[in-house]
Design a protein around this ligand. Sequence first.
Ligand code: ATP
Length: 343
Amino acid sequence: MAQLILNHVTKNFGGRPAVSDVTLTVRKQGFLALLGPSGCGKTTVLRMVAGFEQPTDGSIEFGERRLADAVFSLPPEKRNMAMVFQSYALWPHMSVAENVGYPLKVRGVSGEACRRRVTEALALVKLQDFAERRPTALSGGQRQRVALARCLVTEPDVVLLDEPLANLDQHLRKAMEETFRVFHERSGATMIYVTHDQAEAMALATDVAVMAEGRILQVAPPAEIYARPEGRVVGGLIGRGSILRLRLPENAGRQLDWPLLRQALGDGGQVRAGPLADVLIRPEHVHRAADGIAMRTVSCVFEGERFALDLTLSDGQRLKAYSSVAMAEGTLAPFVVSGGWRL
Ligand SMILES: Nc1ncnc2c1ncn2[C@@H]1O[C@H](COP(=O)(O)OP(=O)(O)OP(=O)(O)O)[C@@H](O)[C@H]1O
């Protein structure tokens, strides 16, 4: 299977750019999550890949094959791709098996071959016992699994998922994430998954691309983008944390350790001369310890497995932390910050 490549792709609607100069390679059999705030152009990227929109500029290739550019666009049905929407788009008058088999019927596959592929696809999403039901007699999660099975049955090269879990509750989303993971492993398809839920993106993807205002800001594997985000927007969007304005020594690297942070965070900031920088601090790097810097607890919220603290520094900046024990609001206590990342 080939790589999917977007090469300086731009899409304007009525002269206004929805997508600007996007260059992106989705490695073969990769699972790319496209993440970003509402209106940043995620769906437009997906629709251009699927063939429902044509780029205003740039090109889209699948391996050696050009799918689209400003003057040419291969029709969607010739791209061997499948798209899954948040609305499921199932036919209510057909049974689950008929819904799943429909794309095969359109392609002229019938009889035993069709039945076998439908059974296999339903087994993959664990719905083999629901073949004769109507979609209306299924839960939201089951309907989404039917939509996945229908997409899988044609063995597409690329699967495009547009916020497929947006209509499901938190518990079901977790269960469906597992289904997507298995689906990706077994199908071997290249997948692009649009979401504005960063936790979902991190849990599922082999690579995360962050978009804002029509542009790609960073593409990296989940652990990499979490540890080393580029800039305030990505740093603020991925994971939890606080972005502080700190004065750092001229020669500071990007990965900041406690001795350096102690100087930068110390009463009023002991580093006087260096430039001001945005520093991302993850809550799991803030611990209560006797040799730390005094911080005041503003709020303490029980989150089940731990407490989430909101702390203030002496200069008024806020810092998030986790704690295994409750802290009374207003308490002044010493905390160590074991790591930070200069954005
Ligand atoms: N057919 C269209 N005609 C005009 N403008 C459009 C069209 N489709 C999208 N846009 C505009 O392009 C921009 C990007 O929209 P898009 O749907 O790609 O964003 P998104 O990141 O998927 O948002 P959301 O997360 O809310 O679905 C928006 O400003 C939107 O209003």
